[in-house]
Design a protein around this ligand. Structure first.
Ligand SMILES: [Zn+2]
Length: 349
């Protein structure tokens, strides 16, 4: 046992560790995979940000959820024991067999790059998307840890990613807004690292990876938006969409969050890789196209019920306006302001 773990247990800060040893071999493999991913990420990011007393663990709880907390100077990230099983199930290879049809909406050079990826035995769409989703969730939670540490108040904090319908505060929405932005940027960095390691590289292949990575974040949000994430019988999956809202509940609406992620992701690409020819409409078309192909495959009985593109465009004005409000609030919030200044981000405009 690590010493932080012993301290946390002795102080009764964590008492609900999920123990997966002794379960079926396949299940142990799934948990080991997720635990390693989160632990490696946390130790890397804790080093990079000079944060002590960081700890990751899998919590005993039966719905898909992730948490960040700061308790008595310990920085803790956790996921529930349902998260690895449900995510592994939703990102199963069988739901990604028709993703290659995305080639039909693209020009030849991009279609060819998609086909090259599809034919590459070292690359799997579903695994890459699962890893992007894990990177997103980890980075989102880690940003909460940074927010907690950047604020002067010495309170304990505990953020859960499950929607709490009783509480609304603009500050919480702004903190989610900020955490999503950092998370999408970290996913972008992850995409570049995957592309860098590929034997054959090209701008077109990198663009496809960018499309697929953003689709992974959208699909992760949609699984909650459509209320499918916690369903376990894939023959009976049904979509129950959450009605649109702005100033309500603990987290912004998934469409608001997707828009924010899309915009920040696109801005970051333009900023870091100005030579990469990425058009925001093509980006959105690919992401919505991949999401639709995925959900058609996941829930064939409700094919096409979510006129997603229409919804996204119809609400765009309202979403933009609210995201603008969250941005204005965020850059005045002390915690976020300190973080942005320390990372050299220009706060004008
Ligand atoms: Zn959050």
């Amino acid at each position: 046992m690590s010493s932080i773990k012993e301290q946390l247990i002795a102080k009764n800060i964590i008492k609900d560790i999920f123990d997966y040893q002794g379960l079926d071999h396949d299940i142990v493999n799934i948990y080991t995979y997720f635990e390693n991913k989160f632990q490696i990420l946390l130790s890397r990011y804790a080093d990079a940000y000079n944060l002590d007393n960081c700890f990751f663990y899998i919590k005993d709880s039966y719905s898909c959820n992730a948490f960040a907390s700061k308790t008595q100077n310990y920085n803790i990230i956790s996921i529930t024991n349902a998260y690895p099983i449900l995510m592994k199930d939703k990102f199963n290879e069988k739901f990604f067999s028709n993703i290659i049809n995305i080639t039909f909406i693209n020009k030849k050079s991009i279609s060819d790059a998609y086909r090259d990826l599809y034919a590459d035995p070292t690359f799997q769409f579903n695994n890459f998307m699962l890893d992007c989703s894990i990177q997103y969730t980890f980075s989102h939670e880690f940003r909460h840890i940074l927010q907690f540490n950047s604020s002067k108040i010495s309170n304990d904090f505990n953020y859960s990613e499950n929607l709490d319908t009783r509480n609304f505060s603009i500050k919480n929405h702004a903190w989610e807004f900020d955490a999503d932005r950092m998370a999408s940027y970290e996913v972008l960095k992850y995409v570049f690292s995957v592309h860098r390691k590929m034997k054959v590289k090209s701008d077109e292949k990198l663009i496809c990876l960018i499309y697929i990575a953003l689709s992974s974040m959208f699909i992760t949000k949609d699984l909650f938006y459509f209320d499918v994430m916690n369903q376990i019988d894939n023959k009976k999956y049904t979509i129950n969409k959450q009605d649109f809202y702005t100033k309500k509940y603990s987290h912004p609406h998934p469409l608001v969050r997707q828009y924010n992620i899309l915009e920040f992701f696109h801005d970051s690409i333009k900023e870091d890789f100005p030579n990469l020819d990425i058009n925001i409409l093509e980006l959105l078309n690919n992401v919505l196209g991949i999401s639709e192909l995925y959900f058609d495959s996941l829930i064939p009985s409700q094919k096409g019920v979510y006129s997603y593109f229409e919804e996204f465009t119809n609400l765009s004005n309202e979403i933009n306006k609210y995201n603008g409000e969250l941005y204005d609030y965020a850059i005045k919030d002390n915690s976020i302001k300190n973080l942005l200044i320390s990372s050299g981000i220009n706060l004008e405009d």
